[in-house]
Ligand binder design. Structure first.
Ligand SMILES: *[C@@H]1O[C@H](CO)[C@@H](O)[C@H](O)[C@H]1NC(C)=O
Ligand SMILES: *[C@@H]1O[C@H](CO)[C@@H](O)[C@H](O)[C@H]1NC(C)=O
Length: 623
């Protein structure tokens, strides 16, 4: 045991960041539940990112000794390599950059031109900051947060709010600055500031004292951001401007940035109404709330004239896909791969009509004989071929033939572009559960025909930069900031498809859907086999471009891609119970019955266009 600890320690010395990923076995991750695992930040990955030395006063960070926390002294005397320099940098001290330079985007209208016109109010994205104040505890991973003043403001533009970020990941944010392009009073100075909170009486590790101010807007205007100072004097009135109400929309809290109990909590913000038609625009700033205060007092921006000129044209979309097409890795034990929809139809998929179950029909290669429109009413469904051998063959899919189906959609008042990358798997294999120390296959539970999965790229229309990726997991999912992603082959983000279930994850390992002792296993690993979604793809929908892309007929099939449950959950549970010790049986039964029905596979899945994310935003589990 001691030898092992010693070796691990030596390994840690050699590879300071190996911590969780290299040093420990996957099994160690099992104790964490699903959501904990997702909120865990990966270790610093961006070695290419430059340090922030000139912007952050690095010398003023005093980094806690990583070994000190453990209380117990080490059982052997080896000089602590961190102690001497006391310098393990905080993740935020690294400036995140995508691994490769951005390509020069093809010619177009307003895409990647740096400035977006919201109908008289022009906005641009600022991402260089100078540090104003930092805390070194509290917030995610208890590493504190840093508050910044945006710098390098272009001529004619004014600040609308400051920036704040948790210290536990590389600096990767942006805020919007505004310019009253038509000189029609889109922006105005606040008439005063009120002090929302100061860190003066807070006994935490911090650099100096921070003061957070809220601008008091003139009539007809709204504050969209806070200002932070390191001294108690009120900031100058022209330091940040307020925005005329018609250029604002309501916002809500997004991710938790930092907090000290109920006293103060800081969140990023996001428009309350989101979707392809919604015009609210995130400002990139933060909101500070005291005493557990609910009601948000900051607005976000709004594309008042629904100006869509910043969206990418078809050449630019092609270039974006070339730059960022995700690579999807499959588990080494995977045997149910994706295929194209056409392959599925041509290889014997059948359309069933309710009431005529004995008379299924073959489906045309484009799905032109599928019923279109109508709701998810159970009147029709698709199933595998009847012949057993054929059925097993089709279940396995055909990776060579797999195709990515892309929806390109405006987001946040057309200041962002989301590219949803949909993958079709003919079959979702059986689930495996972990019940304390037992791994059990759940029989038919979790199995279903016709499995639609997606990851979504979120791209800034100011410069074409990838800002985040969404990983869909059982009808919900998580957004990860670009700084938290793994990249390959330039700027292509990596996604891991879980064994049999095909949920998408940003990191390999085990994720347990459930709690620490009992749950559905989501196993992901970097096998040899991956799908580069940029190699074979078709854009199936980009409504804002009119009829540039033709929708395949199958896209308008609104019914289920697989039949309804053909087994009794009770029977499957009973057969699992037989292999479990008595005291675990009830626990296991209760757990299975508590699972959402999309996890149980009780219902055949519906296609991309019928999912809520087609017109709306993705469902984020992280907050
Ligand atoms: C839309 O934005 C473009 C710049 O991309 C600008 O030239 C045009 O005037 C704007 N239209 C409206 C209605 O504001
Ligand atoms: C599609 O299938 C229908 C009936 O199953 C058939 O009448 C039609 O000709 C087929 N169309 C194509 C393009 O194959």
């Amino acid at each position: 045991m001691k030898v092992k600890a010693f070796l691990c320690f030596v390994f840690l010395l050699l590879v300071p960041l190996c911590g969780t990923s290299a040093g420990s076995s996957m099994e160690n991750l099992e104790a964490k539940n699903h959501w904990n695992r997702l909120n865990e930040r990966p270790p610093l990955r961006s070695t290419q990112g430059s340090t922030m030395e000139n912007l952050i006063d690095v010398s003023s960070f005093s980094i806690p000794n990583p070994f000190k926390k453990k209380d117990k002294p080490l059982p052997f005397a080896i000089p602590n390599p961190f102690k001497k320099k006391d310098m393990k940098p905080l993740p935020i001290e690294t400036l995140f950059k995508l691994p490769s330079l951005l390509p020069s985007w093809p010619q177009g209208e307003g895409f990647a031109s740096g400035i977006i016109d919201l109908g008289g109010l022009q906005v641009c994205q600022l991402s260089t900051f100078s540090k104003v104040w930092a805390t070194r505890e509290g917030g995610p991973d208890n590493l504190g947060a840093t508050f910044f003043e945006p710098s390098s403001v272009p001529d004619g533009f004014s600040l609308l709010g400051f920036y704040s970020q948790s210290n536990n990941r590389p600096l990767s944010g942006w805020v919007l600055a505004g310019k009253d392009a038509k000189k029609e009073g889109a922006l105005k100075e606040p008439i005063d500031y009120t002090l929302v909170w100061s860190s003066q009486s807070l006994k935490i590790k911090q650099d100096g004292v921070g003061y957070i101010w809220l601008p008091t807007p003139p009539d007809g205007y709204k504050a969209v951001g806070h200002i932070v100072t390191s001294s108690p004097e009120k900031p100058a009135l022209n330091k940040i401007l307020c925005v005329r109400s018609d250029f604002t929309d309501s916002s809500e809290n997004d991710a938790w940035i930092w907090g000290a109990g109920n006293d103060i909590n800081v969140y990023s913000t996001i428009p309350s109404v989101r979707g392809i038609q919604a015009m609210g625009i995130p400002t990139g700033t933060f909101i500070a709330q005291t005493n557990g205060a609910a009601g948000s007092t900051l607005a976000c921006l709004k594309n008042a004239k629904a100006n869509k000129t910043a969206l990418p044209n078809s050449n630019q979309v092609k270039a974006l896909i070339q730059a960022y097409s995700p690579r999807i890795y499959f588990h080494p034990d995977e045997n149910y791969f994706p295929s194209s929809v056409t392959w599925f139809f041509k290889n014997g998929a059948l359309l069933y009509t309710k009431g005529q179950e004995s008379n299924p029909v073959a489906i045309n290669s484009t799905g032109s004989n599928l019923p279109s429109g109508g709701g998810n009413d159970g009147a029709y469904w698709i199933d595998l071929p009847i012949d057993d051998a054929e059925k097993e063959r089709v279940k396995k899919g055909d990776l060579q033939d797999a195709n990515a189906y892309l929806q390109v959609k405006p987001m946040f008042g057309a200041t962002f572009t989301d590219i949803a990358v949909w993958i079709f798997y003919p079959f979702n294999g059986p689930a495996k559960a972990k019940v304390e120390f037992f791994d059990v296959y759940l029989g038919k539970v979790g199995e279903h025909v016709g499995d639609w999965e997606h990851v979504t790229l979120r791209i800034s229309n100011f410069n074409g930069e990838l800002k985040g990726v969404y990983f869909s997991q059982h009808n919900k999912g998580v957004w990860m900031d670009a700084s938290e992603l793994e990249f390959e082959n330039g700027n292509k983000p990596v996604a891991y498809s879980s064994l049999h279930g095909h949920a998408s994850y940003p990191k390999p390992g085990l994720v347990l859907l459930g709690n620490g002792n009992i749950g559905i296993r989501g196993d992901t690993a970097k096998g040899k086999i991956f799908l580069d979604t940029g190699e074979k793809f078709s854009v199936v929908n980009a409504d804002y471009m009119g009829s540039v892309y033709e929708e395949p007929p199958w896209l308008n099939y609104a019914r289920k891609w697989g039949p309804k449950l053909s087994y009794k959950i009770e029977d499957e549970i009973k057969s699992v119970d037989k292999v479990l010790p008595g005291k675990l049986q009830t626990k296991f039964d209760n757990f299975v019955w508590s699972l959402p029905k999309e996890v149980l596979g009780e219902d055949g899945p519906i296609g991309p266009k019928v999912k809520a994310s087609w017109l709306g935003d993705e469902i984020n589990l992280q907050n």
